[in-house]
Design a protein around this ligand. Structure first.
Ligand code: TA6
Length: 307
């Protein structure tokens, strides 16, 4: 894409004057996505219900990370390597490739990031990433596609670090993890089997589940969300709980009460990509009625199937 085409994609000034894409589907579902980090900061269903948590103290500064929404972690998950926490993708400005409606009327944004002298100075690999977010009705699909554009293989870890908005995390449970094995980062234990029929969040939690079913359900008393992931090997469940000392500067002390991260990740073992190879990490979120059985989320009316 040339710069004239990039200019044709309309952005609006967001927080801190940073450009963002705002797209509304034919049915009213809505996505906001900053070019900075290709960071989705808001997803509203067609019923105009916001389903992502964005910290009221989130910082919008070049080079920084936005607290909430869907941070993209690439080419490193967390502190699993020499790069800054969660890699550099969330701290770079991405190029807008598309913002508008699909032929099916869904709201869609598409952005790209390729290696540059800045990325090569910390991670010496040619790559191309594409991020697509598509919303319609009660569903959102997000896809991070990574291609090795170089001549030698590289390995990476990654995550769609989704911050779900919940009414009260203490009244929220995650269903579907029973028997999955996990590493508990807070307790320093590894490869433990989940025994709870439903994971409660009455305490701070930081776990990487590595034998997970494709589908989970986040259930609240009057809300539910089905989360389905493909192309991931791990599911991260994180809630920091109340700060025990001075809290993070970009989140209120009680912010943990209304957020829960459920992340589609490649975390436990890096994924190796041969020259020319591509890998797609996909997360589908679908709002559901709490009492109903888990059902397959629709691919958010996307004109293209997730790759
Ligand atoms: O994905 C969970 C996690 O790795 C936690 O261990 C916690 O550190 C978190 O991410 C937050 O990362 P951030 O850099 O956004 O503060």
């Amino acid at each position: 894409m040339n710069s004239a085409q990039a200019r044709a994609i309309a952005t609006v000034p967001g927080e801190g004057g940073m450009p963002k894409l705002v797209v509304v589907a034919a049915d009213g579902a809505r996505i906001e996505c900053y070019l900075h980090g290709a960071h989705v900061t808001s997803w509203q269903t067609a019923a105009r219900e916001e389903r992502l948590y964005l910290s009221p103290r989130a910082q919008f500064v070049p080079g920084g990370a936005i607290r909430g929404g869907i941070p993209l972690c690439f080419p490193q998950f967390a502190d699993q390597g020499p790069l800054p926490l969660h890699g550099f993708a969330r701290n770079h400005a991405w190029t807008p490739l598309f913002a508008g409606r699909t032929t099916a009327g869904a709201a869609e944004v598409r952005l790209g990031l390729a290696d540059s002298s800045a990325t090569r100075s910390v991670w010496p690999h040619p790559f191309a990433c594409e991020f697509v977010a598509t919303a319609a009705a009660d569903a959102l699909t997000v896809t991070l596609t990574v291609t090795n554009t170089g001549a030698t293989a590289f390995a990476f870890t990654a995550a769609l670090h989704t911050y779900l908005r919940v009414r009260d995390v203490h009244a929220t449970v995650v269903e579907g993890l029973t028997h999955a094995r996990y590493r508990d980062k807070r307790r320093g234990i590894d490869d433990v089997a989940e025994t709870a029929p439903a994971l409660t969040l009455t305490e701070p939690l930081d776990r990487v589940y590595h034998t997970v079913p494709e589908r989970l359900r986040v259930r609240e008393p009057d809300h539910a969300l089905v989360v389905r992931a493909t192309g991931s090997t791990d599911t991260v469940v994180w809630n920091p709980g109340p700060p025990t000392g001075p809290g993070p500067h970009d989140m209120p002390d009680d912010g943990y009460r209304t957020m829960l991260c459920v992340e589609a990740a490649i975390a436990r073992a890096p994924r190796t990509l041969a020259p020319g190879a591509t890998h797609a990490l996909v997360q589908h979120l679908c709002a559901a009625t709490p009492g109903t059985a888990m059902r397959e989320p629709s691919p958010a009316g996307s004109a293209r199937p997730p790759r």
